[in-house]
Design a protein around this ligand. Sequence first.
Ligand code: GAP
Length: 430
Amino acid sequence: MEKIVSLCKRRGFIYPGSEIYGGLANTFDFGPLGVELNNNIKNSWWKNFVQNRKDMYGLDGGILMSPKIWEASGHIAGFIDVLVECKKCHKRFRADQLNNKNKCSECEGELTKPKKFVPMFKTFIGPVEDSSSIAYLRPETAQAIFINFKNIVDSFHPEIPFGIAQMGKAFRNEITLGNFIFRKLEFEQMEIEYFIKEKDWKKHFEYWKKEMEKWVISLGVKKTNLRWRKHAKDELSHYSKQTEDIEYNFSFGGFKELYGLAYRTNFDLKNHSEKSGKDLRYIDLKTNEKFFPHVIEPSFGLERTMLAVLSEAYSEEEIKGIKRVVLKLKPSLAPIKVAVFPLLANKPGLVKKAKTVYDILKPNFPTAWDGRGNIGKRYYAQDEAGTPFTCTVDFDSLKNDDLTVRDRDTMKQVRIKIKELLDYLDKKLK
Ligand code: GAP
């Protein structure tokens, strides 16, 4: 994990938040390569779960919503962490995560009595900071889906079963921190509420388990590093009748929650209907039946996906005495697809030719230019960034109008005509 953290900083994937002011715990900024990797993950999710399906509707709801939503959803009363603090070192722990409930695991100090705590960030709307102007930053994206359920039904008249999907930021005032981007204060969720008839819930639950697993494996995560874990009764969220987590074997402590799959029953639609006074029941036009659909909720975290993808891709190799670190990202996820170099940066003829290649590639693929240092260092940097192909323009290129293309994983080099380069890369990057 330490190696991944330092590679992420060095190569511009992830920077510690507010770093020049000493940092702000558990906040991070995504650098140029991190933004691209995240966008590639999100695009894959959206394409797979929304665009490629006939039964899914996309949504982008607000981060700030009426506080009444969080009362109706049960978050204000039921979304609670229980906190204890060490009287000696003042470290805070979630009571449900302690092995020894009496002593601090860090310094063996005495622990305070458990205290309840709502991990939603509060803010105020308008200039007056009083109880009537309180608003919460959403702790899950899901509620925007429930409160827009009727809008979507009225606009699109979907037949049950169907889903509504959204991705976006969520915020939680987490007590236990650490483990890099595994648990952040501000993170991104990709969630689906899949509306079904109650009698079918088990069938849909099993179906979504397979879909979740299939997607994460498609990103390059090994099946052997995944497992499902069913929540015990006392672990279930206030809205859930059954939850299973798909866990990933993280390098910092073994299997931990990657994503959650919950059977939320009709808890949310029913409560919003009662509290808002708006009828959120669905009418089955074939049978005229009027009912609150039940819901299966596959909920994905972007940062945990990124961490699993980076963990799988990170490798150290020694080939013919040369050591290298290489991020073997799937080409579709790689932030930069191809890099272009002149063999020597101080030969204007090579630089000019390489720039024309760069100009051809740039509008077609995320392309990097590197004219610093020697060729070995440039390969090293692009391997660490996970760039699948590098193109080097040399003296033969000036005569033959071709160049060398190096494959990141095999390190094999082939000679390709510049006029055939776009086609060649296009096929390889698919
Ligand atoms: N709507 C259901 C829900 O929010 P959750 O299990 O609390 O369920 C879903 O969160 C997913 O969001 C988790 O499986 C994880 O991937 C991600 N997640 C939750 N809290 C997080 C945090 N503090 N930092 C990073 N990701 C988080």
